[in-house]
Design a protein around this ligand. Sequence first.
Ligand code: SF4
Length: 169
Amino acid sequence: MDDGHQWLRDGEKKLVSKAPWWKDGVRFECQGSGKCCVSRGEFGYVYLTKEDRVRMAQVLSAKLKKKVSTIQFMRQYCAKTDGVWHLKETENPECIMLEGGNRCGVYEGRPVQCRTWPFWPEVMGAKAWKNEVAAYCPGVGKGKLHSGEEIARTIKEQSAWENDLARGK
Ligand code: SF4
């Protein structure tokens, strides 16, 4: 198994030195509540690397059956806060890509942070998982069992993406 526990942070404070609580897997399946597409506190913005923006413009082009360049996509759907690109929000505030029936308008090309949710390094400590994920996400405990190996891979992918974002990629 991947050594996820060696680099996973428990909150912001310490390295977790024992096997993580999720080593035997976690049951999770999106229930389409749209809750993670609604802005809330520190997890408010849907951040985008360049790779996210390029991919989303391509998926949107295919969906609309007309070319949407990355620049056009950014002008219409993106904003920059503290030097980091993210999707705009509606007044509600919801992600600008959220459509009726809580469907993502660019699901196949959705940003990495949407695809890796809820297995983010920031929330995989037992306490953060309970307070930040299980308490409000109806998909926790439902559907597919994600193995410990799969979760470790997803955490690693999200972590690499966060590093890219911090480096302005
Ligand atoms: S990009 Fe799609 S999945 Fe991600 S927050 Fe927006 S609507 Fe939800």
